[in-house]
Design a protein around this ligand. Structure first.
Ligand code: 13P
Length: 251
């Protein structure tokens, strides 16, 4: 089933112990309306189960922030898509820049993770984005093309895959591309996905990188922006709520 727009996903990154994560999840589950968009939260693994329990039957997607490409094995420190499902998650982020650049994960590994997560029945949020040096050199489209070529799963469709465009230089910096740039790149991504996969134009496109209550309405109003992936502001339920409310229920 297609995800209702706007899609507002919160990546909690490596923040949250059990008590504050429970409170945060309760606050999010308390403001979500079944008739307005799709909300998801991506807590650290250690509190995933608690968040799943707090959310209960309420319409909040709960996902992992990463996964391995194998169902099980001798991979110390890793979590498999099957384990995420077993813990109650229904989604997973793969290819976040903090793993691509921070931990050296390459496109081929990210594609294998995405394929494995799809096979396990998870909704995949595949992140792509250029670094500041690549942006300044005018190489954005080339970098995104390469990331799509290398990491887009074969079976990509709009019901099970979401693409998040997150310029690395906009993450946690308070800087964002202009609305014009966001509009242009999302329009171009839509065409790229249509060209690469049957039904690819239905794959939801999120923008991520310093999304705040103050800029959310402008970003969510761009024609090919189906939602946002929020980092820092998702840790504050009131800010996250304001971002959710800023998006009109479209399409
Ligand atoms: P910030 O919203 O803190 O810039 O983080 C964005 C992000 O990385 C979401 O995955």
């Amino acid at each position: 089933m297609p995800l209702a727009r706007p899609i507002v996903f919160g990546n909690w990154k490596m923040y949250g112990l059990r008590a504050d994560s429970r409170a945060r999840a309760e606050a999010v589950a308390g403001f979500v309306r079944a008739d307005h968009g799709t909300v998801g939260i991506f807590p650290p693994f250690t509190v995933l189960r608690e968040v799943v329990e707090v959310v209960g039957e309420r319409p909040v997607v709960v996902g992992g922030q990463d996964c391995h490409d194998r169902p099980e094995g001798a991979f110390t420190g890793s979590i498999s898509p099957v384990m995420l499902r077993d813990a109650g998650a229904t989604a997973v982020i793969v290819g976040h820049s903090e793993r691509r650049h921070g931990l050296g994960e390459d496109d081929a590994f990210i594609r294998r993770k995405a394929e494995a997560a799809l096979a396990a029945g998870l909704l995949v949020v595949l992140c792509i984005g250029e670094t500041e040096a690549e942006y300044l050199a005018g190489r954005r489209h080339e970098v995104l093309e390469r990331q799509l070529e290398g990491s887009l799963p074969t079976a990509a469709d709009g019901g099970r895959l979401v693409i998040a465009y997150e310029p690395v230089w906009a993450i946690g910096t308070g800087r964002t591309p202009t609305l014009e740039e966001i509009r242009e790149i999302h329009g171009w991504l839509r065409q790229e996905l249509a060209r690469r996969r049957p039904g690819g134009s239905d794959i939801p496109l999120l923008y991520g990188g310093s999304v705040k209550p103050a800029n959310a309405a402008g970003i969510l109003a761009q024609p090919d922006v189906d939602g946002v992936l929020v980092g820092g502001a998702s840790l504050d339920p009131e800010a996250f709520r304001a971002i959710y409310e800023a998006g009109d229920a479209r399409r």
